[in-house]
Design a protein around this ligand. Structure first.
Ligand code: MEV
Length: 418
């Protein structure tokens, strides 16, 4: 099975969903078992080795967004998120985008940036000497990773910049490192630390911080898609969506919420695949403010036929090797479900998911509002919280929606009546 447009996936039983995902991604019996019986994925013992002071583990829902076609390839997209509606919204956006061919996406090679702060040096002559010794610096950095060197990756460039601070001018040396399919934080930090004694020797200065920059502007991912005007509800709705986008692009209070919706999609995939979501968020927010004003990360226009055209561009530093993606059993299975074979491909998928999410959010906001869809899910949560068994939930939800009385008390009353 290779078609990701699965009708009424949400109505299927867990077993049916797992069968579909298993056949789509060719999951082994062991991988299906991990999804079914692992209760969130990691044991206390594993958790205790990952971070400090561990007292337990914490699990979140893992769902699958359907209907994605990105660069002509079908994807089922695993998403880990606590918020209702997000997975449904991503799937809906993907379904509409699919009508006009799906998403087109690209991602830069994975170039990480490492920074070394050099103090107490004569900046102009230090820059000259660093430039003259750049080969030696790069070779020293690359001596820290045989793997990258063998693949003809690793440190590629050294550059210098001067920054002005209230405490005086400082020299910042930057290493540009091709980290391949890894996120690359560790190797970047290792290389920065490795070259700093050499930088001190060359410049006669003192190095202070030696750390990667999470502002990964050399790892930009882009996705674009056309959304059929008829499916959207006509050209008036297209125009309203564009007006809604202009609101976000020109008002920081709206832009933050608009971009948060994009991150709903991106971070849910990041969680499922074991990425550093804080790095992604921090970089995306800086990128949104790159013009000097915090703006929308996406752009919405229309084509000559009046269809809605969306595009999303942001820095995405992600990896498919290293990190917890290799340790967490569920993250590993999620990678397999995604069938991505490079960090760039993963970045393309995440960007398309962010765009699909953004489409559905602003389509809802520009038409019936966001609460209608939310309330059904909210009602489900309340029915469950009231103690309803899975076969009682639907009845209680339906009744609360009909009555327009959605509360925990009402859910409890209805449960008693059942
Ligand atoms: C909610 O998590 C996300 C939205 O607020 C995004 C938006 O307003 O565009 C619906």
């Amino acid at each position: 099975m290779s078609d990701s447009s699965i009708s009424k996936f949400f109505k299927k039983t867990r077993k049916e969903r797992l069968d579909i995902v298993g056949s789509f991604a060719n999951l082994s019996a062991e991988e299906l078992e991990i999804l079914q019986n692992n209760n969130g994925g990691i044991s206390f013992e594993k958790a205790d080795k990952m971070v400090e002071n561990v007292i337990g583990t914490f699990s979140l829902p893992l769902g699958v967004a359907t209907s994605f076609k990105i660069n002509q390839k079908d994807y089922l997209i695993p998403m880990v998120i606590e918020e209702p509606s997000v997975i449904a919204a991503a799937s809906k956006g993907a379904k509409i985008a699919r009508i006009k061919g799906g998403f087109e996406a690209t991602a830069d090679e994975s170039y990480s940036i490492g920074q070394i702060q050099v103090l107490d040096a004569d900046i102009n002559s230090a820059i000259k000497k660093i430039q003259e010794s750049s080969k030696e610096i790069i070779n020293l950095a690359n001596s820290k990773s045989n793997t990258l060197s063998k693949m003809n990756k690793g440190a590629k460039e050294v550059s210098c910049k001067e920054i002005d601070t209230p405490l005086g001018k400082m020299l910042i040396v930057e290493l540009l490192i091709d980290v391949g399919d890894a996120m690359g934080a560790n190797i970047t930090n290792t290389m920065c630390e490795a070259v700093s004694p050499l930088l001190e020797k060359i410049t006669g200065g003192r190095t202070l911080l030696r750390i990667l920059s999470n502002y990964s502007t050399q790892r930009i991912a882009k996705a674009t898609a056309v959304f059929d005007k008829k499916e959207i509800g006509g050209e008036n709705v297209v125009d309203d969506i564009i007006l809604a986008y202009q609101f976000a692009d020109n008002d920081v209070y709206r832009a933050v919420t608009h971009n948060k919706g994009i991150m709903n999609g991106i971070i849910a995939v990041a969680n499922a695949t074991g990425q550093d979501s804080r790095a992604i968020e921090a970089a995306a927010n800086a990128y949104a403010a790159r013009s000097g004003q915090y703006r929308s990360l996406s752009k919405w226009t229309k084509d000559r036929e009046g269809n809605l055209v969306g595009s999303l561009e942001l820095p995405l530093s992600v990896g498919i090797i290293g990190g917890i993606a290799n340790v967490h059993p569920i993250a590993k299975v999620c990678m397999k479900i995604l069938k991505v074979s490079s960090a760039q491909e993963l970045a393309c998928v995440m960007t398309a998911t962010g765009l699909a999410q953004n489409y559905s959010a602003i389509r809802a906001l520009a038409t019936e509002g966001i609460q209608k869809g939310h309330m059904r899910l909210h009602a489900r949560n309340l029915a469950t919280a009231a103690g309803a068994k899975p076969d009682q939930v639907d009845k209680i939800v339906q009744k609360m929606i009909e009555e327009k009385k959605i509360s925990l008390d009402r859910a409890k009353e209805l449960l008693e009546q059942i």
